[in-house]
Design a protein around this ligand. Structure first.
Ligand SMILES: Cc1ncc(COP(=O)(O)O)c(C=O)c1O
Length: 457
């Protein structure tokens, strides 16, 4: 590998080139290949097109390189290919998942009644939370949602879930798959720092209270675009007033509750009805690895479907397969347990803290640069900004950010992302791993500033 290639964080090949390279791998034939042949094929044809999440210049998304302890757990889980549905499928795996869930509830201080279930991803965790919310709402109206479905509601079109404008699109998936449709999502504006705006929330509730049935309000603990944490305490209080379910989407951000100086931002998480978290975002565990917490273990009973051949009501506990839909489910708990046990909480907190500090330092630094607009004060490990060179025509600023993004992508030495905040295109820097230091982020800032200067208006 020459020096130029080794600096790349991905090959930079076009879609056609990648397809041509991996074609021999997908050529299913009568006779098989030896493991050496297969591994050579993969290493030469496929691996060069992988993205290198371990590089300091990878600061675009939430992907993380595997942690050694997690890799050990994953290897053992694979070696025995354990399912976790229930005691009959694997007593050891079912019990590990169950006890890991309880241990995570204690780690996040979610209260003595709390419980957890492992999910494939945050998207499904949000969906299940909304289902349980709707189920409870139906119970309050005297019927069983599991049996009657939406037709149990006098007017399902009135059903509403309140979310902030910056909530993740998985909530759209959730209301689509629940049969409520996207019109059931009522979106509230965000404040200057992109937190769900409490005044707007109160106003929205007052406006729709008579015409809509608000059964859930979602706060995001670490929004996808800016990493901002919504004012959880107030939203949870409001939910109690409304008798609505409070769900916290902590897919990205909940991990930072473990960092003492950030924990205040998560005040009242333990009072929410449900919380989701994606350990696959910061814990170096194999994708996918997600957890859904509930404040009261009994809330999961709304998910149970009993079978004749297993998952019977009188089967021995634990029975993780009764708490969330997948019957065959991966043993995600083991790599999470081994990651935590291998690193220890002290090191985990240090590793979580490092990228947060890097982003804070960079934000402070950028705030002093006249040609950089910081779009929010970072709560966690994300920073959105815009390059605004002196005298640059305002109407072309979106094109400039896109130009920078495309140029960085084409060069393959670093990875940044781009998003829209309100009506502006902005550049987004993400630091989830401790490899992403302030120096690495500043190098990118200097580079994008150079690109901005080169832009031909
Ligand atoms: C806030 C938030 N919620 C939910 C999700 C969806 O999680 P997953 O990608 O695990 O489905 C994401 C993904 O980035 C997210 O940032």
């Amino acid at each position: 590998m020459n020096q130029n290639q080794s600096l790349k964080i991905y090959s930079g090949a076009s879609a056609e080139e990648v397809a041509a390279d991996i074609k021999p791998l997908l050529d299913f034939q009568e006779e098989g290949l030896s493991l050496e042949e297969l591994s050579k094929l993969i290493n030469t044809r496929l691996v060069p097109h992988f993205m290198r999440y371990d590089r300091p210049a990878f600061h675009s998304l939430y992907n993380y390189f595997p942690e050694a302890g997690a890799a050990l757990g994953a290897k053992i889980a694979l070696e025995y290919n354990q399912g976790v549905t229930n005691w009959q499928v694997s007593p050891g795996a079912a019990m590990t998942e169950e006890l890991c869930g309880k241990a995570l509830c204690r780690l996040f201080a979610l209260g003595p009644e709390a419980d957890a279930t492992f999910m494939y991803c945050g998207t499904y965790a949000n969906q299940q939370a909304l289902y349980m919310a709707l189920h409870r709402y139906a119970e309050q109206r005297g019927f069983n949602l599991a049996r009657k479905g939406l037709k149990g509601f006098a007017d399902p079109a009135r059903l509403a879930v309140i979310v902030s404008r910056d909530a993740h699109f998985s909530l759209k998936h959730a209301v689509r798959t629940l049969g409520l449709g996207e019109e059931s999502l009522v979106t509230v504006a965000v404040d200057q720092n992109r937190r769900l705006d409490l005044n707007q929330l109160k106003k929205t509730v007052a406006e729709i209270k008579e015409t809509r049935d608000i059964f859930c309000v979602v706060s995001t603990a670490g929004t996808t675009s800016t990493g901002t944490i919504d004012p959880i305490l107030y939203v949870v209080d409001l939910c109690r007033e409304l008798r609505a379910w409070s769900h916290i989407d902590g897919a990205y951000g909940l991990a930072y509750k473990l960092v003492p100086e950030c924990s205040g931002l998560f005040n009242s998480v333990e009072r929410a009805d449900s919380v989701c978290w994606d350990p696959h975002k910061q814990f170096g565990v194999p994708i996918p690895n997600s957890v859904l917490f509930v404040r009261r273990a009994e809330d999961f009973k709304r998910m149970a479907i009993f079978g004749e051949y297993f998952n019977r009501p009188d089967d021995p506990e634990p029975n993780p397969g009764l708490k969330s839909p997948p019957s065959t489910r991966p043993f995600s708990a083991l790599p999470l347990v081994t990651a935590i046990r291998h690193l220890g909480m002290k090191k985990i907190i240090e590793r979580l803290r490092a990228p947060l500090q890097a982003v804070k330092t960079v934000a402070e630094n950028c705030a002093r640069q006249p040609d950089i607009e910081i779009c929010h004060t970072p709560h966690t490990g994300l920073l959105c900004l815009r390059l605004i060179p002196e005298g640059f025509p305002p109407e072309q600023l979106d094109q400039l950010q896109r130009y920078i993004y495309e140029k960085v992508k084409a060069e393959c030495r670093r990875s940044i992302s781009m998003t829209r905040l309100d009506n502006k295109t902005v550049l987004r820097l993400v630091a989830v791993s401790p490899a992403v230091t302030a120096a690495a982020l500043m190098e990118t800032i200097y580079y994008i500033r150079k690109l901005a200067k080169e832009y031909d208006k």
